[in-house]
Design a protein around this ligand. Structure first.
Ligand code: ADP
Length: 310
């Protein structure tokens, strides 16, 4: 993929707030038509990265080219090719769905006629055709998100940037958003999104950059990350009421795993060949689950299992 075709090219981006380096030498490339996902725990620097590359926040060093144009110098022009879905819906509560889209269309310089033609298309794409005249406060959380997504598409951007697009939504609403984003990818739009949901990254991303404390700590396709960073099989063992028996079982199994981790009531055993573990578990009353390793295992191995407060 040549540089001209990359919708986003970030080289050694660094951003400090006072003493704290929030983004630390980050490089990213997003070719046309792909989905790049920044995955990281809270405070990893994902939102700050997005703000820098859209030209909303000044950065300390590094280079950014958005839609082929240097940021911040030509950020405004570059943003004409970009649709943005911010973390919090900032729709106008005094307006209906249609009116919200029309206002935005005007902001992006669409003619009245173009805008009038585009709005029903977008409402239908967002599954909101029946809500055209509904005021924003009367929409569900999922509907507001979809309206924000429709709004971001009004000027037919080539790149869509989404900051935690499904945070706060219930699983059904989340699936609807994913389905729409996959449709956009099929149509050839490029997507850059941030998330801390593994499932979201696993379902949508062509490429994943795992960030922690402002740094890129791993990158690749979901498949590559799992194959490279972690053992292929995981046995989850659940502690029952009999802690002593569980502890004895864990001690007995330990040599059969290449790595073991405990998180609350669950012990995770990682291995290449699960057969000896299954044999050792036979006839044992403790509950367990054998499953293939997934992105969450990679993420937790790289960023740690402790909860982050921030
Ligand atoms: P993420 O999106 O991955 O949760 P953020 O980019 O929001 O992470 O934040 C990264 C770090 O930068 C956090 O420690 C946060 O407190 C800090 N930070 C973000 N914005 C500001 C700001 N305007 N002033 C000072 N510190 C900030």
């Amino acid at each position: 993929m040549s540089h001209e075709q990359a919708l986003l090219e970030v080289t050694a981006l660094t951003k400090r707030y006072g003493e704290q380096t929030v983004v630390d030498g980050l490089s990213l490339t997003l070719p046309a038509g792909r989905c790049l996902t920044l995955l990281g725990p809270n405070g990893a620097g994902k939102t700050t990265t997005l703000r820098c590359l859209l030209g909303f926040t000044a950065f300390d060093s590094g280079e950014i080219r958005l839609a082929g144009l240097p940021v911040p110098e030509r950020a405004r022009e570059a943003r004409a090719s970009v649709g943005v879905v911010p973390q919090a819906d900032n729709l106008d509560p005094d307006f209906t769905c249609t009116e919200n889209l029309l206002v935005y269309a005007r902001y992006f310089g669409l003619s009245r006629r173009e805008a009038r033609a585009r709005v029903p298309e977008l409402l239908s794409f967002a599954g909101l055709a029946h809500k055209a005249d509904t005021l924003v406060p009367d929409l569900s959380g999922g509907m507001k998100r979809r309206l924000t997504l429709a709004r971001a598409l009004i000027h037919r951007p080539r790149l869509l940037v989404l900051d935690e697009p499904t945070t706060g939504l219930d699983p059904q609403a989340r699936h609807l958003i994913w389905e729409r984003l996959r449709q956009l990818l099929r149509e050839g739009i490029a997507i850059l999104l941030t998330t801390h949901f593994m499932e979201e990254a696993e379902r949508l991303a062509d490429d994943i950059v795992i960030m922690d404390r402002g740094r890129k700590i791993a990158e690749g396709t979901p498949h590559e990350l799992i194959a490279r960073e972690i053992e292929p099989n995981v046995v989850e063992l659940y502690a029952g009421r009999d802690e002593a028996a569980f502890a004895a079982l864990v001690t007995r199994l330990r040599p059969l795993f290449s790595r073991m981790e405990r998180s609350g009531e669950t012990v995770f055993g990682y291995c290449h060949d699960p057969a000896p573990v299954l044999a050792a578990l036979e006839g044992n009353p403790q509950r367990y689950l054998l499953r293939p390793a997934n992105l969450e295992d990679v993420f937790l191995k790289l960023t740690g299992r402790e909860q982050r407060e921030e």
